[in-house]
Design a protein around this ligand. Sequence first.
Ligand code: CP
Length: 322
Amino acid sequence: MNHLLSIEDLDREAIERIIAQAARFAEVSDREIKKVPTLRGRMVLNLFYEASTRTRSSFELAAKRLSADVVNFAASGSSVEKGESLKDTVLTLSAHKPDAIVLRTPWAGAAALVSQWCGAAIVNAGDGKHEHPTQALLDVYTLKDRLGSIEGASVWIVGDVAHSRVARSNIIAFQRMGARVTVAGPPTLIPRGIETLGCEVRFTLDELDSADVVYALRMQRERMGDTQVPSLREYSALYQINARRLSPRQLLMHPGPVNRGVELSGEVIDSPQAVITAQVEAGVVVRMAVLYELLAGRRGPSSAPGQREPSTVAADEPRQLA
Ligand code: CP
């Protein structure tokens, strides 16, 4: 594996290999000294153009626990604010010879573009509404840890599917691991044609009781217009996961951050059925396993900044990319 751009890059065997490696790293996280020398002398660059709490902190911790050097770059406060493009930023920071670049941007396809601009291994940490493959991997890890096997489990992904990169990656990953996936939400927040990914679609929660796992999504108000949901109160009345809708035998997941009182009621967030904190914990060991998979045994980046042929940027890509 040279990059992790999409969960589609991983077949079931590759997902199982990463999950098994993550389980081995979980043992390291339980030690008093939570560090192994596996990636000593390697460098991981966290390049974040969007806000993040969980992904950024867990990639930093993952790299440090593997003894890699870490550089954290946030677009806010950088020369991006003076107009520097994504491409020039990547080429500039590539002068420091990162072995891996962990990239989050609001632009679908940005991670794939960056993989053509430098010699580092690229990890997609969220590209717009497109994909969030390491979230899918940590969710598979969490479910496997709780259920033993995901094979045959019924997983309902509920809420703002239209704006969710997590939904897309998780539909693919859960199905690859043998689960049956249903997406549910208001028609305005379910993308047309989503069933081509193999999932079922529901516009009500009437059959939610059939789920083994309820995976609620954040209402991404920053990405939606007024026409998609008339009011959050109306959304909550019909789709909020609360004690009335969640049965005691069901597991509750959410990628975070949660809009408490909107897609989830406070009582279910704090209930024993919620594995939201376990998901965050899994993030570190799963990201250790991803960095290990990409970098252990791989030679350092060979191409200097700008050495590679620049890729063609699609005409409709945001100008700031190139
Ligand atoms: N789930 C997730 O990606 O959270 P952050 O935005 O806090 O990284």
